[in-house]
Design a protein around this ligand. Structure first.
Ligand code: KIV
Ligand code: ZN
Length: 435
């Protein structure tokens, strides 16, 4: 098990298999400004962080991890600016991260002074690998670090004026024996004694993704069924994406009983990133579930993200890459075109158009430039669609075929995409004598 990296729960936990899909939005917590930022080649400046914070608020995040204020001067200053300039909206709670070490916890409380509301998120590593190789401490000693951290949080929160909630993460949860992770989390909860009015967050990080998603879901279900004070605990997940299955971890983890997801826009974050909240939210949207985030202007969101992080969003990134609604091939174009007509005539209320998982217009994309695109793979239907949608021209059936081949051949020879105005130009040249 050590070599494999993960541990199965001691009892079978597969109830999550009975559910088909995530039927309600979880509590979202953006960790862009902390986990996302700490993984950037050039971490964001204070001004960039402020702009990013406003973006997250505009998207609708109600919980935002703003940094690790004891770790860097910029993080500290950023947090102070948010608080002193009164920039935190009434319905938003900021979250700050701290290791379970006395001087770091104390500095974190200094940094967060005066915040209208804050989650103080404390963590320590619990995995077998970290216990043996990094800390060289026993299970008892590692548990004690968590308990001492939890006690200090409680003590400082009682002393300070403020509205504090607590979060604990058994960091490297995915490499921790589930029974032991449970023991540590329950020891922390026994210190905090959460109530209905003051819930505690237990966050299970796939710090490094180590298993297939169904294994992670079983671990989550085991924790969810056995945590103390479960009704007063918000069970949170923090999947990373090392195996490329962060989204699956989050989705199956929600089926398995989790209430909250920590992730980032476009999956930025350490190594292969944190779970991509955009994909998760849009997956819900595509299944008719309101994700309670406003992603209706994806191009603007993507532009701001790329400018502030200097990261590039992949052209095939689900729901937001430049090419994700594009159809070049003739058969796809034909099906989309027929599907669009069917929708208008028969079923305007439902989105069932083939090859398009959602209506691209719902995320601020347009049919003109984003969907039907013409190259050597395209067919007559695509070419006709471009003329109809861009220039209102409905061309006869026979001409469609002829023009389709002509455009296709030109694209093949020139080895490039043909823009709508070039399609028009080819049309005009070819049929000049008839016009
Ligand atoms: O990935 C991780 O384990 C973390 C913790 C600090 C929550 O980022
Ligand atoms: Zn992380």
């Amino acid at each position: 098990q050590y070599q494999r990296g993960y541990f199965m729960p001691p009892v079978s936990c597969m109830d999550w298999t009975k559910k088909e899909y995530v039927d309600k939005a979880p509590v979202w917590c953006s960790v862009d400004l902390r986990d996302g930022n700490q993984a950037l080649v050039e971490p964001m400046s204070l001004e960039q962080k402020l702009e990013f914070f406003k973006l997250l608020v505009a998207v609708g995040f109600k919980e935002i991890e703003v940094g690790f204020p004891a770790a860097s001067e910029t993080e500290y200053e950023f947090l102070r600016t948010l608080i002193e300039k009164d920039m935190i909206p009434d319905d938003v709670t900021i979250q700050v991260l701290t290791q379970a070490r006395e001087h770091i916890i104390k500095k974190t409380f200094e940094a967060v002074k005066g915040a209208p509301r804050a989650v103080v998120h404390v963590y320590n590593s619990t995995s077998l690998a970290q216990r043996e190789q990094v800390f060289r401490k026993s299970k008892e000693e590692i548990k004690q670090i968590a308990v001492d951290g939890a006690k200090l949080l409680k003590e400082l929160a009682e002393k300070e004026e403020g509205n504090f909630a607590f979060e604990y993460s058994p960091e490297s949860f995915t490499g921790t024996e589930p029974e032991y992770a449970l023991e540590v989390c329950n020891a922390v909860l026994d210190v905090w004694e959460p109530t209905a009015d003051n819930k505690a967050i237990i966050n299970l990080p796939a710090t490094v993704e180590m298993s297939m998603p169904h294994v992670f879901a079983s671990q989550v279900e085991y924790m969810s069924k056995n945590l103390h004070f479960r009704d007063n605990v918000v069970l949170s997940l923090h999947p990373h994406n090392d195996r490329g299955t962060g989204v699956a971890d989050a989705e199956l983890g929600l089926l398995a009983g989790a209430d909250r997801i920590e992730g980032t826009l476009f999956g930025n974050g350490e190594r292969t990133g944190n779970v991509d909240i955009i994909t998760l939210a849009m997956n819900m949207y595509a299944q008719g579930v309101n994700p309670e985030l406003d992603l209706s202007n994806m191009p603007k969101l993507a532009e701001t993200f790329e400018r502030l992080t200097k990261m590039k969003i992949h052209e095939r990134h689900p729901y937001c890459g430049k090419l994700v609604f594009a159809a070049f091939s003739g058969s796809h174009q034909d099906a989309i075109s027929k599907g669009m007509h069917y929708r208008v005539e028969k079923d305007p209320a439902h989105w069932t158009v083939p090859y398009l998982p959602i209506n691209p217009e719902d995320v601020g994309r347009t049919y003109d430039s984003d969907v039907i695109r013409i190259n050597s793979q395209s067919g007559k239907g695509g070419v006709a669609y471009v003329l109809e949608h861009n220039y209102g021209m409905i061309i006869p059936k026979k001409m469609r075929e002829d023009l389709g081949y002509a455009v296709k051949d030109i694209s093949d020879v020139q080895h490039k995409e043909i823009a709508p105005d070039e399609v028009l130009e080819i049309f005009e040249k070819r049929y000049k004598k008839f016009t």
